[in-house]
Design a protein around this ligand. Structure first.
Ligand code: ADP
Ligand code: MG
Length: 715
């Protein structure tokens, strides 16, 4: 029995909600009115014709056409997942988008969020097993599910949305789903993209039984957008962006503004500055300009704050006064994931922040990079949603033509693949090199990932998954962290390592307001443990719990209550996985012994991220890679130990290591003897120093050897 557009339109108009058997509310009909205006709605008949006949479909269409909100609903009317006990999944590259879209669609379908329609993102599952039939989720979560349940039997249709963004998880999922499609003829797969050129995906999914994968094009209804460039390159894009917002607010007709910036701090800072400047103007002359509301939008915002992007602009201060304006200051998320109606002016400085991995140095750094031409076009398009708009590009036309790449570089070509490779091996991928990638990663990056996983004993020397690796893959964490967690019961400090891991997995807990810098630093000094930043994080978390999760206490101590609450949630989730695998939760009462135990457990996961002090300038040399690094200014180590383990290598003005804890070299030799086999070291200060330690140890007893044998089993 195949569903037609006519039947579905009838069901949509009907008084009873077919999914809940409850009468529709008036609000449902109001929202349906708006949905009828979306291009996808007009093409419903065509959609069902293609959907009914094909297993794999590519959908391409302008942002705002209704792909993300409507297509999963249309699929639900065809699949009837609530009757068949299956789910329809729709992936998003970003958490914020998954949450926000699930909420929107739950409202549109007149059902409760978290019941019939839900979302699932890392560390937060807002679904109800058995009831939820439509699930928005991050691509990372679906990839995780695919590793532990490679047949993905729970799903009747899987929709990979925003495929043009080419995130690592979406790329790998395309590969896995292409294979799975052959095994599960009942599974439908939809790839959705905002770029009209979907040739890449069509070629990838290729010819199936003589017919090519169909492309369903959703026609856009965009208005023209006039694009302006700067005459000269802008030396400071942040300053130029603020100037342009003010220019628009003073000189242009009513209509909201969307400004693209690169990250949370920058966005918050710019919001404050714009607000101050406009308030100044309004105070000087209330007739010159209207009020302004700046709304930030970035990944780590809470759901209520996110929702503010959909608020109407502020009202004029008095009747007939100059109209108010809403300015959304956003990361790339507003480029295609979320459509904000009412945007008429887009300001595009031409940058985004991306993580770039250097496999040779094993460094992942967040860099502010130029966007691609495709991105610039998407950004401009945001201005023409409701009426003709304007886009101000804060770069020259010449730079646009000659400096920007055509397409966004796929993430798989610039990422650390360790976590992904572990997942792929767990999912049963036998040959990582021959895997059918949309774009194949650099062999060097694959090698680095295999080497890391082998060093952590997650893969054996033949690349097979070890029992340890199998458990590691169950944790939604980087392999170093999951290894450390799994090793921690051996040192009787798993409760503490659990806390530290949770704290490392959430956004920054330290509030450092620029106007209260000294007070914030003093507050931080009070909780700092001089032996290591990891221990400081533990201390902060424990103080938070001791102070009964009090937000006021957090604020007074310049700590982010939101990040701490998040850490508590993450800790709980990780604890559940520990319990599932019968990993004992233990603590040591004696503080000094506990701190040593924690540092040993750290060594088990992070022995590849060790640095050794050289010279007397406070510099360190990373072990094996021999990079000269300094302790990040946020580091609280005192005095500076000779050997340290670090959580992160960051490249800003110069190379820094961040979140650093002192360790003893003998622990490294004992706990990671394969990696610290001195035969694998080049000559240099590090090797000499390690040799000295080794001689001392062997000189006193043969314990090292015996311990090595023992640890091989443990770690
Ligand atoms: P696409 O995926 O094709 O870019 P969407 O399905 O995301 O399009 O959006 C369709 C329409 O739904 C847009 O006009 C958008 O403004 C509207 N919309 C989506 N989410 C919300 C929301 N939370 N509040 C108000 N409108 C929304
Ligand atoms: Mg979309």
């Amino acid at each position: 029995r195949k569903v037609t557009g006519r039947q579905v339109r009838k069901a949509l108009e009907h008084n009873i909600n077919p999914f809940t058997k409850v009468p529709h509310t008036p609000r449902y009909h109001e929202m349906l009115e708006a949905r009828r205006k979306l291009p996808v709605y007009d093409q419903m008949d065509e959609f069902y014709k293609i959907f009914n006949k094909n297993q794999i479909i590519i959908i391409a269409g302008e942002t705002g056409a209704g792909k993300t909100t409507q297509i999963p609903q249309l699929v639900a009317y065809a699949d009837l997942p609530h009757v068949n006990g299956k789910l329809v999944a729709c992936t998003q590259p970003r958490r914020v988008a998954a949450m926000s879209l699930a909420k929107r669609v739950a409202d549109e379908m007149d059902v409760q969020l978290g019941r019939h329609v839900g979302y699932s993102i890392r560390f937060e599952d807002m679904t109800e097993p058995g009831t939820t039939f439509l699930k928005y989720m991050t691509d990372g979560i679906l990839l995780r599910e695919a590793t532990s349940d490679p047949t993905l039997d729970r799903y009747s249709t899987i929709i990979l949305d925003e495929a043009h963004e080419r995130t690592l998880a979406t790329d790998i999922l395309m590969g896995l789903l292409k294979l799975l499609a052959k095994k599960r003829s009942d599974l439908k797969i939809i790839i959705m993209s905002a770029t009209l050129d979907a040739r890449k995906f069509r070629n990838y999914f290729g010819i199936k039984k003589g017919s090519s994968v169909p492309l369903f094009k959703v026609s856009g209804r965009a208005h023209p957008v006039e694009v302006f460039y700067t005459q000269e390159p802008e030396p400071d894009y942040v300053e130029a962006a603020i100037r342009t917002v003010l220019m628009v607010h003073r000189a242009e007709d009513p209509g909201d503004v969307l400004l693209f910036l690169t990250g949370e701090e920058e966005i918050e800072e710019v919001c404050k500055k714009i607000k101050l400047e406009v308030d100044d103007l309004v105070n000087q002359d209330p007739d010159s300009v209207g009020p302004i509301v700046c709304v930030p939008l970035y990944a780590s915002l809470g759901p209520q704050q996110q929702q503010r992007i959909f608020d109407p602009p502020p009202k004029p201060q008095r009747p007939n006064g100059p109209p108010g304006r809403k300015v959304v200051v956003s990361t790339n998320i507003a480029e295609t994931s979320l459509t904000i109606d009412g945007i008429v002016y887009v300001i595009d400085p031409g940058f985004w922040r991306v993580s770039v991995y250097n496999p040779r140095l094993r460094i992942e750094s967040l860099l502010v990079c130029p966007i691609s031409k495709a991105s610039a076009q998407q950004r401009a398009g945001r201005a023409g949603r409701t009426r003709p708009g304007k886009c101000f590009r804060l770069y020259t036309e010449k730079d646009f033509m000659s400096e920007l790449e055509e397409q966004t570089h796929p993430e798989i070509l610039r990422s650390n693949l360790a976590t992904t490779v572990l997942g792929m091996v767990k999912a049963g991928v036998r040959d990582l090199v021959k895997f059918d990638y949309v774009d194949s990663p650099a062999p060097e990056t694959l090698m680095r990932a295999l080497e890391l996983l082998n060093n952590l004993a997650a893969l054996d020397d033949d690349g097979n998954l070890t029992p340890l690796g199998s458990v590691m893959a169950e944790f939604p964490l980087d392999p170093q962290l999951s290894k450390m967690l799994i090793a921690s019961p051996e040192f009787r400090c798993s409760n503490e390592i659990l806390t530290i891991t949770a704290m490392l997995s959430v956004s920054n807990v330290w509030l450092l307001p620029s106007n209260q810098r000294r007070e914030a630093d003093a507050a931080k000094a009070l909780v700092t443990v001089p032996d290591g930043d990891h221990l400081t994080l533990l201390n902060v978390y424990n103080s938070y719990i001791r102070n009964k999760h009090d937000e006021k206490w957090a604020r007074n101590n310049f700590l982010s209550a939101r990040a701490l609450a998040e850490a508590e949630n993450v800790r709980e989730q990780l604890q559940r996985i520990m319990e599932r695998y019968e990993l004992e939760l233990t603590s040591i009462a004696d503080e000094k012994m506990m701190y040593n135990a924690i540092r040993k457990a750290l060594c088990c996961g992070f022995f590849m991220q060790v640095a050794h002090r050289v010279g007397d300038q406070g510099n360190y040399l990373t072990v094996k890679d021999n990079q000269v690094v300094s302790l990040h200014p946020s580091c609280g180590l005192h005095p500076q130990p000779e050997w340290v383990i670090f959580n992160e290598f960051v490249l800003t003005t110069r190379p820094f290591i961040r979140t650093v804890t002192g360790v003893q070299p003998k622990w490294l030799l004992e706990l990671a003897h394969v990696y610290f086999d001195l035969a694998t070291f080049g000559d240099g200060e590090t090797k000499t120093a390690l040799k000295r330690v080794l001689n001392e140890k062997v000189g006193t007893s043969g314990r090292v050897k015996r311990l090595n044998k023992g640890m091989k089993k443990q770690c």
